[in-house]
Design a binder for this molecule. Sequence first.
Ligand SMILES: [Zn+2]
Length: 127
Amino acid sequence: MNRDMESPDIPCREWKGVPENCTNAWKEAFDVPSEGYFVPGYCPVCGAETLRRYYYPGCTQAHEVPGMLIPKPGSSWEWCSSCRSYEHAQALVPAYWCAATLNLDHYILTPVPEVLDQAISTIDSGL
Ligand SMILES: [Zn+2]
């Protein structure tokens, strides 16, 4: 059994930052609240309808105040599953975010959303 995290039969897929001439359109495309991983709309880079996002709350939990939703400090990933453009940033996890935390080891997360994309693709295919 190959117990490596990296499966050898997954081809090396290149991720790239969002092209400078698309950054504004990219921000607008992701300026849409989505409660889950799938962001409605089209990728400003390649035009595919495969925008994804993920927030990972940091270790610091926001102070819970009854009746108030307070964003939690964490990290965000925004990417296109088709052309593999991505953005990763420190971000506040929005109060509307209620997607389940993916069942993966968060210590393997990197700025590149490869692991996230694979995990979400599994959900997408109904598994
Ligand atoms: Zn794209």
